[in-house]
Design a protein around this ligand. Structure first.
Ligand SMILES: CC(C)(COP(=O)(O)OP(=O)(O)OC[C@H]1O[C@@H](n2cnc3c(N)ncnc32)[C@H](O)[C@@H]1OP(=O)(O)O)[C@@H](O)C(=O)NCCC(=O)NCCS
Length: 413
């Protein structure tokens, strides 16, 4: 039997770790892995676990530190699983599974209530508790180029100037997330915006929208030229300035059609974000959406997730001006956990108790679809086949309101 050691690498071993990653994934992502190790200020040695067989490093997992926003208002500690790879000649011996189990233990120690990963081999991870979660992408082909004169008066679009614009863009990123109640965006440390790794993956602001009267930045986009148009990896606007969307759409439509290009604009978006809608309307284009389930989420700590939502639940109940009461016990099938939400006179308490009016046995996918706002309470009741009274449905929909979610590509790991 082979002797396997699971451990962190040393600083000196990082070039070897890099070679193992390239050996497992091929040469194409070589630059990506270089930046991941040396140009991501959130990276730390303790986040890397390697398997060593007979003194040789042969398998690798990275748990990236990626706290995320919940409903744009509270923060959920999240561990991002990346670089899961075993050298070809050492595959099929349980090494990646061993490292993933070790990564789960690490996330539990670190208090990562949620874990995320991106993959094309979902069943491999489903065995260990990760569940598919939908991401929306949009695509359109510009049919009409809106002339610059249609830009709303008082607004203009200009190229991003990092030294001057970064603090305003960072503030706009947070404002957009808060105003739209977005779940999943990374709570980016300031330094992250200047790191080479996220920049390679898409965190490169290209355009900013300025409100001419005040000089305030009210919108931005990260747009990359492609062969037939533009790819958007991120966009944000200040909802107090809806005109920012129009100004941005006109500038981007012009660029997507420049130099005889077809005018195809594609990108990642939260479901029904107003920007793709505006872009389609102004360019007389048909808007396509694609739902992609390459993202997976794992509920590492059910109780912690509900506790993060608790202040928002109380605020929503209080805003109704009515006194609510009831309790729901969530029984998660994988990894097995129980947590109960109890509502008494609009005070919400979360506990490990399994005593409640209703017990809801849910898969991790079902829980995430409700918790991260994808499914309304009514849709969700039918998904899980729950038998709930009218009052229980009303309460459930206040505790878990539908809301948009998006994870931007610059934050990948
Ligand atoms: C996927 C990978 C990490 C597995 O490493 P490993 O050390 O062989 O993993 P384990 O031995 O713990 O598990 C092997 C299991 O993974 C499954 N698996 C491997 N590749 C798979 C694939 N492409 N699709 C579905 N399942 C796959 C095997 O069927 C096997 O299942 P079994 O145990 O029921 O036979 C390895 O094949 C690899 O490095 N691939 C290239 C890089 C890659 O794609 N990484 C995943 C990125 S999300």
């Amino acid at each position: 039997m082979m002797a396997v050691i699971v451990r962190n690498p040393t600083q000196e071993e990082l070039p070897t770790v890099w070679e193992v990653l390239c050996g497992a994934f091929g040469e194409r992502p070589r630059e990506r892995f270089r930046r991941q190790i040396w140009e991501d200020s959130t990276f730390a040695l303790e986040q890397i676990r390697i398997a060593e067989v007979d003194g040789k490093i042969v398998s690798h997992v990275w748990v990236a530190e990626r706290p995320i926003f919940y409903r744009g208002q509270t923060v959920l500690p999240m561990g991002g699983i990346g670089g899961v790879g075993t050298l070809p000649e050492f595959r099929g011996q349980g090494l990646a599974t061993l490292l993933l189990e070790d990564a789960i233990a690490y996330m539990n120690r670190k208090g990562h209530a949620i874990s995320m990963l991106f993959t094309g081999i979902n069943p491999f991870y489903a065995r260990l508790g990760w569940a598919d979660f939908p991401e929306w992408r949009f695509k359109l082909t510009v049919r009409r180029i809106p002339p610059l004169e249609e830009t709303p008066s008082g607004y203009f679009v200009r190229p991003y100037e990092p030294d001057q614009d970064l603090p305003a863009v960072q503030a706009l990123y947070r404002k957009h997330i808060a105003a739209l109640h977005l779940s999943l965006p990374h709570v980016r440390p300031d330094a992250f915006w200047r790191d080479g790794h996220p920049q390679l993956l898409g965190l490169q602001v290209s355009h900013v929208v300025v409100a001419g009267m005040t000089g305030e930045l009210v919108g931005y986009a990260c747009a990359f030229p492609t062969e037939n148009g533009l790819r958007l990896s991120e966009f944000a606007f200040d909802p107090a300035h809806p005109c920012a969307l129009e100004a941005l759409a006109i500038a981007l439509a012009q660029e997507a059609k420049a130099e005889g290009k077809e005018g195809v604009i594609s990108g990642i978006t939260s479901w029904l974000h107003p920007f793709p809608q505006k872009l389609a309307a102004l360019t007389e284009a048909t808007l396509y959406h694609e739902v992609f389930e390459g993202m997976m989420l794992r509920v590492n700590d059910l109780r912690r997730c509900l506790e993060t939502a608790q202040p928002l639940m109380e605020a929503t109940l209080q805003a109704t001006g009515v006194s609510w009461g009831g309790s729901f016990c969530f029984r998660l099938t994988q990894p097995e956990q129980v947590a109960t939400i109890k509502v008494e006179g609009n005070t919400v308490s979360i506990s490990d108790s399994d005593e409640a009016e209703v017990t809801l046995t849910v898969t991790p996918r079902q829980f995430c679809l409700l918790f991260f706002g994808t499914a309304s309470a009514t849709m969700w009741r039918d998904l899980v086949g729950a038998n709930l009274s009218g009052d229980q449905m009303a309460l459930l929909s206040l505790l878990f309101p539908p809301h948009p979610s998006v994870y931007f590509s610059g934050d990948h790991f």
